[in-house]
Design a protein around this ligand. Structure first.
Ligand code: COI
Length: 358
């Protein structure tokens, strides 16, 4: 159990206009959580302080060798004005897995969840009220040793910041166009694909920018060895409904084990769908599309929730899905996930963790 020292701001910031059209991740709440690590004390000095820039030595390891990791979560304001989280322990556990791969000392899951809850409670007025909005929570750890040697840092800072946000995509829940990336890759066996480290995202930016220029919301990554099997999309996992069955890439090291992904799989199985986690060739997806058997495609992620895909473009070959509309399974998943998250539906799965009254 952490002993968290709280210092509140004396100069609260103006909040952004509370509307369903709020942007994603552009403004930040009044406070942040900080905790430091050194080999003598371990993780120590847990505190909540006014949100402010860091002062860091330009030679810090994180700036040069990107030894860092992050998480993504949301706090929701429910219909009865409870501020609540969705499966925060899953993010805490995933951060431990990322930590191991990135040589970063682990934070106990209970401490992680306690820190998130404490910050959300202090900044509860920043959880927006409008339909479809939430307080996006961004926990991250950075390596703070000073020096140019390429080795694990001895010192780290864990920080959590929060951003009142609307939908991740400008399209909201409207179906998006996805470009199947055939040149660049995101991950390969033995690399860091399963972690939430910034380097994975840095490596994806060029492909994302090129796809955006062509009018696509994001890229669909293929496996890094044969460029044959579907893996994930820029900021979410992806699922395909073909002939009534749901297919998604297995989490075998190259795909992010998404919390929304696993929750959707559980719901789909509850509803009687066969869910196949394994290798799915992009050629088979396109073939199913041309034969009218590709019934729905949707992404899943904390930021995007459940996001329908209306078009896939692979080397100039295009398939259009669900007549450009959101399919029934995608809609049901979206309604069920957001229904539980915003307290409009009962939490039949035990996934909701209340923080405080709003
Ligand atoms: C999330 O869904 O929370 C993510 O971390 C994706 C992000 C890169 C926007």
């Amino acid at each position: 159990m952490l002993d968290i020292k709280i210092t509140k701001t004396t100069a609260p910031k103006e909040k952004p206009v509370d509307s369903p059209k709020m942007s994603f991740g552009k403004t930040f709440s009044d406070h942040m959580f900080l905790m430091d690590y050194n080999p003598e004390q371990g993780w120590h000095d847990a505190r909540i302080v006014p949100y402010a820039p860091f002062q860091l030595d330009p030679a810090c390891v994180v700036f040069h060798y990107a030894q860092e990791l992050f998480e993504g979560m949301k706090a929701y304001r429910s219909v009865d004005n409870t501020i609540q989280l969705f499966r925060p322990e899953c993010n805490g556990a995933r951060m431990q897995d990322s930590s191991e791969r990135m040589c970063i000392p682990k934070i106990p899951v209970e401490d992680y969840v306690q820190a998130v809850k404490a910050l959300v409670e202090v900044d509860k007025d920043w959880v927006p009220h409008s339909e479809g909005t939430s307080l996006y929570i961004r926990p991250f750890v950075i390596a703070t040793d000073v020096g140019m040697g390429v080795h694990a840092s001895h010192n780290y800072t864990f920080c959590i910041i929060c951003s009142p946000s609307g939908a991740y995509y400008a399209e909201g829940i409207d179906p998006v166009r996805i470009y199947v990336e055939d040149e660049y890759i995101r991950a390969a066996p033995g690399l860091t694909g399963f972690t939430k480290c910034g380097g994975n995202y840095a490596a994806s930016i060029l492909a994302g920018a090129l796809a955006e220029k062509k009018g696509f919301a994001q890229v669909l990554w293929l496996d890094g060895v044969e460029k044959k099997y579907v893996e994930e999309v820029g900021s979410m996992n992806i699922m395909f409904k073909i002939d009534g069955k749901i297919y998604t890439a297995a989490c075998t090291g190259t795909v992010l084990p998404g919390v929304t992904r696993r929750s959707c799989i559980e719901l789909l199985k509850d509803w009687g769908y066969e869910v196949i986690e394994g290798k799915l060739a992009i050629a088979d997806v396109m073939k199913a599309g041309h034969e009218g058997r590709l019934e729905e495609v949707f992404g899943t992620g904390t930021a995007a929730v459940v996001s329908p895909v209306k078009e896939l473009d692979w080397k100039g070959d295009k398939v259009f899905i669900s007549d450009g509309k959101i399919g029934p399974v995608t809609q049901k998943l979206y309604d069920t996930m957001t229904g539980m998250q915003w307290g409009k539906l009962p939490d039949t799965k035990g996934w909701i963790v209340p923080v405080c009254k709003g």
